[in-house]
Design a protein around this ligand. Structure first.
Ligand SMILES: Nc1nc2c(c(=O)[nH]1)N[C@H]1C(S)=C(S)[C@@H](COP(=O)(O)O)O[C@H]1N2
Ligand SMILES: [Mo]
Length: 303
């Protein structure tokens, strides 16, 4: 986008400034007054973390999205041509109402949440992202999960004409991910449609992507076109690619190292070149909410 020398394009400053203002309003007034002042979607979520969110620039320029290439800068550079309207999500398998759902129909009447989540990649960097989206369980309730279902499988779009990384066999396309049904039904699990109150940029998985904040980033599959309820654990891209390094569960765990590096600490993106690494928290800091899902499981075996 061309801009005047020295001018700051509005998209560079608006989302973050807008968001910060609303937070300040929330802190300064009672919740009721804040809602009136800032609109119903501005209520702080009980899931929010207190850490400062990363900038729009950090979140949208340092991405993993192999459909556009393996370099962190590739998605921002190459994802602009992805057409995300119209968008259809096929929902099938063990559901009462299978079919092709237009995204606009999915979003109709869906309560959209704004939540600030920690996000950690298996490569030992992390960010804090203010997502907007809805709880996956709301969609699953709407389509009606049948009693035999135990897992949820997800697939990303395959469209090599718009996804240059797919013209090579970097991965076995489509990118696939999966959750156990109870993980999928947990209220922390979001289908995100935006960041900082704006639509998701393509490089972050437009128009709809998963966010599972207690798991490594690769579970958070982008640009989803299919959701399947199944009775058995579905194959997932990274565990198929390299089962020694990547498991199905992929819960953030400082005690289980990746075979090639430690998972005990992380580098917060945007902290500057000399920023100290910080200790990684079990379940990425969400243990009080999700540890119970894994009671009695050996998390070294089910990594
Ligand atoms: N379809 C698809 N989804 C994906 C990936 C990918 O390559 N393809 N990369 C994953 C990994 S490894 C990470 S860390 C996150 C990065 O999300 P972000 O770019 O929004 O930070 O997306 C995940 N989802
Ligand atoms: Mo990642």
């Amino acid at each position: 986008m061309p801009s005047l020398p020295g001018a700051i394009a509005p998209f560079e400053i608006t989302p973050e400034a807008h968001w910060r203002n609303r937070r300040e309003i929330l802190c300064g007034l009672g919740a009721g007054a804040a809602l009136l002042a800032a609109g119903p979607s501005a209520a702080a979520s009980r899931w929010d973390v207190s850490e400062a969110p990363n900038s729009w620039e950090d979140i949208t320029s340092y991405n993993n999205f192999y459909e556009f290439g393996t370099d962190k800068a590739d998605p921002a550079r190459l994802a602009g041509g992805l057409v995300t309207k119209p968008w259809t999500v096929r929902i099938d398998g063990l559901v009462e109402r299978p079919g092709n759902w237009a995204l606009e129909d999915i979003l109709k009447g869906m309560p959209i949440e704004e939540r600030i989540y920690r996000f950690r990649c298996v490569e030992a960097w992390s960010m804090v992202v203010p997502w907007n989206g809805f709880e996956l369980r709301r969609l699953l309730d709407r389509v009606g999960v049948k009693s035999g279902a135990r897992y949820v499988a997800f697939e990303t779009l395959v469209r090599p004409s718009e996804m240059p990384g797919q013209r090579r066999r970097i991965l076995d396309w489509p990118y696939r991910e999966g959750l156990r049904l109870d993980e999928a039904m947990h209220p922390l699990t979001l289908l995100a449609t935006g960041i900082y109150g704006r639509d998701l940029p393509n490089q972050n998985g437009a128009p709809i992507r998963l966010v599972v904040p207690w798991k490594y980033g690769f579970k958070s599959i982008k640009s989803i076109v299919r959701i399947t309820l199944t009775d058995r654990q579905p194959p997932t891209t990274w565990s198929q690619q390299n089962p020694r390094e990547y498991g199905f569960y992929a819960n953030v765990n400082p005690e289980v190292d990746h075979p090639r590096w430690s998972q005990a600490t992380e580098r917060r993106i945007g902290g500057g070149l000399f920023a100290r690494r910080q200790p990684t928290l079990p379940f990425n800091g969400y243990a009080e909410h999700v540890a119970g899902l894994y009671a009695g499981m050996d998390l070294r075996k089910f990594f």
